[in-house]
Write a protein that binds this ligand. Structure first.
Ligand SMILES: *Cc1c(COP(=O)(O)O)cnc(C)c1O
Length: 477
């Protein structure tokens, strides 16, 4: 049968007719006239285009019938936050694409309270006049790391930029070739140095840099020695690098400061918990570094920030640098840093109350218990799939401890009616999307990064969506 396209086009309601309809009026009432009108126009255009290419009359009719529902969905989507929670079942604890370090709920309540009202962010209640936004966490940082002074900026990339701009601008900063790293998201140490106005002087080779290499590179123009912790990769085998202590000793003998970009900024010796030793901020300062900078949302488990600690004379200069105004943290970050750092006053509390540390140190036994419970919940949803437990390995991620693997437990799923790829996609379209890993045609849900609360949400979503069944209403274009 030949389709009568003209007839179909003519059956599409006109904009002004749609605008008079009760259902559309209701939308305008709840949202706004402009967004509704805009959505009507877009949907009408799409509908005409669809009919233009459609070869099946029944489908075209069906599509016309969906018009009002599609308009509603478009308007609603525009007014619903696109950024939403996802369930991270990848087992990667610091997943940069999924927001790196989650903040604990108790901490978040404090941050929310600060953010929804006015606060003493930059006001000294003692003096009754202007105060400093770093004052809320500077003493804490000094106490925890042994530094004389501290501050924080937007992120560690900004911190490196500020440190080099303040201490190296117009002169030379010496750094090992083995440490000219690129951190995810195009943060390249050589480029940042150039931007900062400091001239990079590279010494040594990729795998070996000696004390004498640094010594020979120091000239009248040298402003500082820089060490960059190669957080996201390891050079193994025939290697040699110069320790912080040796670099600091050399720098000080020449009257220069020594800077370390330590990357992850751990405050707890992780080797006590069976993980690889990652240099702590305290150790770096103890070994003689004059300024150390690190991320707030990597192993520290706090908000995105670049924390700078060290000698007061340098930190004071950074606080006065004009760049600081452009890189400064907001009240959310200041509030979050204070409460997260307070947990570190007791290591036990830090491990319990900071989600990143809790996930990293949770015993395999406890993870397995939770995995078993999740497996049962998923089986009880009646899903047509093979669901089992399987040992797996979690990663730290976020460019930290690249070789570390933490033994963990996963729930594995192989659907019977649909393909694994389809299931993977459907999970991404759930009201709370679930992100897992696909290995050997199975989906692995690593439970180390899914706490008990999220396990319940996950199981509930499975039940409600009948996600493994061939016919499901779940996916819409
Ligand atoms: C991650 C990292 C950075 C960048 O830190 P952000 O907080 O992500 O800006 C800089 N240097 C090192 C060594 C890092 O590991």
């Amino acid at each position: 049968m030949v389709m009568n396209k003209n007839l179909l086009y003519r059956s599409i309601p006109k904009v002004d007719v749609l605008l008079e309809e009760a259902e559309i009026q209701e939308l305008i009432e709840s949202y706004s006239y402009d967004t509704v009108l805009d959505s009507i126009r877009v949907e009408l255009d799409q509908l005409r285009a669809y009919i233009g290419t459609c070869t099946d009359e029944e489908n075209a009719q069906k599509r016309i019938g969906e018009l009002r529902r599609r308009i509603r969905r478009r308007v609603e989507k525009l007014h619903t936050p696109n950024m939403e929670n996802v369930i991270n079942a990848t087992g990667t604890i610091l997943h940069t694409n999924l927001g790196r370090a989650p903040i604990g709920e108790a901490h978040m309540r404090h941050i929310a309270a600060i953010a929804t009202g006015y606060s003493n962010l930059e006001y000294s209640l003692q003096a009754g006049k202007r105060g400093e936004r770093y004052s809320h966490f500077e003493d804490l940082l000094c106490r925890l790391t042994g530094a004389e002074a501290a501050m924080a900026v937007n992120n560690n990339a900004a911190a490196v930029m500020l440190v080099l701009n303040t201490m190296g601008k117009g002169g030379e900063v010496v750094v090992s070739r083995g440490e000219l790293v690129e951190i995810g998201g195009k943060f390249r140490v050589p480029d940042v140095m150039e931007q900062s106005g400091a001239t990079l002087v590279e010494v040594g080779t990729t795998n070996k840099t000696h004390y004498t290499d640094y010594e020979a590179a120091i000239t009248e123009e040298t402003k500082a020695l820089l060490k960059v912790h190669t957080s996201n990769y390891r050079i193994v085998g025939f290697t040699e690098s110069v320790s912080v202590a040796e670099m600091a000793e050399l720098a000080h003998a020449k009257g220069l400061p020594m800077i370390e970009d330590i990357g992850s900024g751990v405050l707890v010796d992780l080797s006590k918990y069976g993980l690889t030793y990652e240099p702590t901020v305290q150790d770096s300062l103890k070994n003689g570094a004059d300024v150390v900078c690190f991320s707030g949302d990597k192993l520290l488990g706090g908000p995105q920030a670049g924390i700078i600690v060290g000698k007061k004379q340098y930190i004071d200069r950074m606080k006065k640098n004009q760049l600081t105004r452009a890189l400064r943290i907001d009240k959310f970050t200041a509030a979050a840093l204070e409460v997260v750092l307070q947990e570190y006053l007791s290591e036990e509390k830090a491990l319990k109350n900071i989600p990143v540390l809790r996930m990293m140190t949770e015993s395999l036994e406890d993870v397995t218990k939770r995995a078993r419970s999740l497996m049962r919940m998923l089986k009880n949803t009646g899903a047509d799939a093979d669901i089992h437990l399987e040992a797996c390995e979690s990663q730290i991620g976020g460019g930290s401890l690249p070789l570390e693997r933490i033994p963990s437990m996963a729930v594995t799923i192989r659907p019977r009616q649909i393909t694994t790829a389809e299931l993977e996609e459907r999970m991404r379209f759930l009201p709370v999307p679930i992100i897992g890993r696909t290995i050997n045609d199975k989906i692995l849900l690593d439970v180390r990064t899914v706490d008990a609360g999220w396990c319940k949400v996950l199981a509930k979503e499975w039940k409600e969506s009948r996600i493994c069944e061939k016919e499901t209403e779940l996916i819409e274009d």
